[in-house]
Ligand binder design. Structure first.
Ligand code: UD1
Length: 339
């Protein structure tokens, strides 16, 4: 079984390639290296003993996409990670996000239709829920108006997939709504390596601890939460990667209940920013430089997943703790910095 992983050299993609290979799948990776590095191929090989097939490909280049599928007629499924994900950048450059995240999806789906590629896993996000009315969030919670073009691309992408599911005779899709992925592979061969200053909490924490950033800004301590900081559902990236393998198997074994399904992929546990900071200090046994600053515009107060659907229907459950994830993220950061 050959599985195409778009964005397979990126953060979540690379961890998923490892899990796919560990489960006996042949993988072909495409990536445009916009937020990843080519040496991830070797790093994947050093973990799983197999170097995945690879082609550098720009998914915005429609003729290149068409010619890729002409050459590769043995693809059984697609896990589609390739997308841009920086919220602030999407506000400054919305067209880049609509082109990167939506045109590319359409091109891929056109090829799925052409070659009757049935199995498609899409990277969605809990951002589609906006500020939820009740917690934990179930998959039936309403999708709220997106606060950024990035968030909007995830909502529109889901709509594109739903619309296609009404007419496609072949396509079977699972959209996974990720909560907040953190951590790295236990070997510290692969992990999150943002280009430029990190936008996300955990890479900012590890870079601060490594001395690359002076201090972490905690965005707000006056929210209506126990300690005043925002609450998120932080999931270990390896648990998240495994969810993709399980979702793919559901499709390959035709266990899906309909040709478009959505699952929350989180731990079900909410942690505040200050809890993450404290856990990091405890796990690494060092003080983290941080200060409380103003709220960050666009942040929701509290989001965490109801995971019953993923637990019961996918048969998947997050196994690793936030502490495990923070420890692995720190090990990765130290290795990257030669510490
Ligand atoms: C954000 C997006 C989400 C997207 C994800 C991808 C929103 C509301 N959510 O998640 O849609 O899928 O990025 O990367 O835009 N924090 C600090 N200091 C920092 C960085 C973050 O205090 O330097 C806080 C934030 O205020 C937030 C929490 O840490 O409460 C997590 O932030 P982050 O890692 O950026 O993820 P989200 O904003 O949840």
């Amino acid at each position: 079984m050959k599985i195409l992983v778009t964005g397979g050299l990126g953060y979540i993609g690379s961890h998923t390639v490892v899990e796919l290979q560990n489960n006996g799948y042949k993988v072909i990776v495409i990536d445009n290296l916009s937020n990843s590095a080519i040496d991830v191929l070797e790093r994947i090989e050093s973990i799983s003993g197999i170097r995945p097939e690879y082609q550098e490909l720009e998914l915005r280049d429609k003729p290149a996409v068409i010619s890729f599928f002409q050459k590769h007629n043995d693809i059984h499924g697609i896990i589609h990670f390739a997308a841009s994900k920086a919220v602030g950048e999407s506000i400054e450059n919305p067209l880049l996000y609509y082109e990167n995240n939506l045109n590319t999806l359409v091109y891929l789906l056109q090829e799925c239709e052409k070659y009757a590629i049935a199995n498609f896993i899409f990277s969605s996000s809990c951002t589609v829920y906006g500020e939820p009315d009740s917690l934990p969030i179930t998959e039936s919670a309403p999708v709220k108006k997106a606060t950024s073009p990035y968030g909007n691309t995830k909502q529109i992408a889901e709509e594109i997939l739903v619309d296609l599911s009404h007419v496609s005779e072949t396509l079977q899709t699972i959209a996974l709504r990720y909560f907040n992925p953190i951590g790295a592979h236990k070997t510290a061969e692969i992990g999150e390596l943002p280009k430029g200053a990190p936008q996300n909490l955990v890479p900012f924490i590890t870079q601060t601890a490594a001395g690359i950033r002076e201090e972490l800004s905690v965005f707000g301590d006056d929210y209506a939460t126990e300690d005043g900081s925002c609450i998120r559902d932080y999931i270990h990236v390896v648990d998240l990667a495994k969810a993709h393998v399980v979702a793919l198997e559901r499709l390959l074994n035709k266990k899906n209940a309909s040709n478009y399904e959505v699952f929350n992929i989180g731990t079900g546990r909410g942690s505040s920013v200050l809890e993450v900071v404290n856990a990091f200090e405890k796990v690494t046994n060092q003080k983290l430089n941080y200060k409380i600053v103003d709220r960050r515009p666009g942040d929701v107060v509290s989001v965490y997943a109801d995971t019953h659907k993923a637990n019961n229907e996918l048969g998947w459950k997050a196994e690793k703790s936030m502490e495990d994830a923070l420890e692995s993220a720190w090990k990765w950061e130290k290795k990257v910095r030669g510490m």
